[in-house]
Design a protein around this ligand. Structure first.
Ligand code: ATP
Length: 355
């Protein structure tokens, strides 16, 4: 493949470039599409939602749109207003200004009508430390239908779903943070909710636990539950969510389907054991390398992955994979937001990304 204009334009960033090429592309076409672009009925909708604490604006003029069937990730650095917004959605904190509708009802005035259809876990799981996990769920379910046997069934099912079926009579105060998170989720699943609202649901879980909860949320979503979760973990949102809202200093700066955030760049990643041979064959069409050693190629206009594959195979380059390069959620989000409260205050001091 010969060098081409596109390849030259997208060569790896040099010291003079103020933004890496991928970031530049990420910045283009970011949008808050508004409700017109969303076809399914809205399950959560806010207009001009604002919350002030004294002179501090925690949530600033937010128009949020969560559609039925979404797995919506509400993402933002520490202190950006996620918990405050989640609490307003559930009627736990009153807004300074703006409107909220959840499952078609106004919040807070009609929230009691929809709370039975919502499973929620906000600001960590609340539980009585001296009681066992089962006893806590029994209490939460006290007003549920079907008497003792109905309650026992629901509690056991909820425990099973979150991977706690075998817990014993130990009091909750002896649980690890991960077990408490699971118990909190079990509490949210005692009814079959139309909407799950979860604030940082994988806090304290190890990677195995994070994956289990992700699979559970996908399963519930496929059974019809709309999932809204807040998190500062980009990878978690990227792996789980179908729509993403990004909040920064109280403002919603992005709301888009995950597919359009993670759109393709037009470049192709070649994974091959014959790296040197491929680099020689591709010449100046190579524009970058991935962290895992993939070769990023800008093919000439109209010459997509099929043409590239033919070209490489004709030159005896073996191919493990050929895939379109996508803009990463991290690039988009870091580009759109400033440092979180902890970084801004200098409490971390490591210079690490606040996400
Ligand atoms: N009750 C309160 N009184 C005064 N300020 C508050 C109160 N609750 C939140 N804030 C402030 O509002 C801002 C947003 O806080 P919030 O907890 O909603 O952010 P967050 O994105 O959930 O952060 P984190 O990820 O660290 O939990 C912060 O500056 C916080 O200090």
């Amino acid at each position: 493949m010969s060098a081409n204009r596109e390849a030259q334009d997208s060569r790896p960033t040099t010291a003079e470039d103020p933004l890496p090429a991928q970031r530049r592309r990420a910045r283009q076409a970011l949008a808050l599409p508004g409700p017109a672009a969303i076809e399914a009925p809205l399950v959560i909708e806010t207009h001009g939602l604002t919350k002030r604490y004294g002179s501090r604006t925690a949530v600033d003029d937010v128009d949020l749109h969560v559609a039925q069937g979404d797995r919506y990730g509400f993402l933002g650095p520490n202190g950006s207003g996620k918990t405050t917004l989640v609490r307003m959605l559930l009627g736990l904190v009153y807004a300074t200004r703006g409107e909220i509708r959840v499952l078609g009802r106004e919040v807070p005035s009609q929230v009691h009508e929809v709370l039975p259809s919502i499973g929620a876990m906000v600001e960590g799981p609340a539980a009585y430390g001296h009681l066992s996990g089962r006893a806590n769920l029994d209490l939460l379910d006290a007003s549920g239908p079907g008497g003792r046997s109905g309650r026992k069934r629901r509690v056991e099912e909820a425990l099973e779903r979150v991977g706690l079926a075998r817990i014993d009579r130990r009091p909750v105060r002896t649980y690890s943070l991960g077990m408490r998170q699971r118990l909190g989720l079990a509490g949210a699943l005692l009814t079959t909710p139309d909407l799950l609202v979860l604030d940082e649901p994988t806090n304290g879980l190890d990677p195995h636990g994070i994956r289990e909860i992700r699979e559970l949320l996908i399963e519930l979503n496929e059974e019809g539950t709309t999932v809204f979760l807040s998190s500062h973990l980009l990878a978690e949102i990227e792996a789980l969510c179908t729509r993403v809202g990004v909040v920064d200093h109280g403002k919603l700066v992005l709301e888009e389907p995950m597919d359009s955030v993670r759109r393709t760049t037009g470049r192709i990643i070649v994974v091959t054991p014959d790296v040197d041979r491929a680099l020689g064959v591709l010449g100046r069409a190579v524009v970058d390398r991935t962290e895992s050693g993939g070769i990023v190629v800008a093919p000439p206009d109209g010459d997509g992955s099929h043409g590239l594959a033919r070209h490489l195979i004709a030159h005896e380059v073996r191919l493990d994979a050929l895939e379109p390069e996508r803009v990463s959620l991290e690039d988009v989000v870091v580009d759109l937001t400033g440092p979180g409260d902890d970084r801004a205050a200098g409490s971390d001091g490591t210079g690490r990304n606040p996400w």
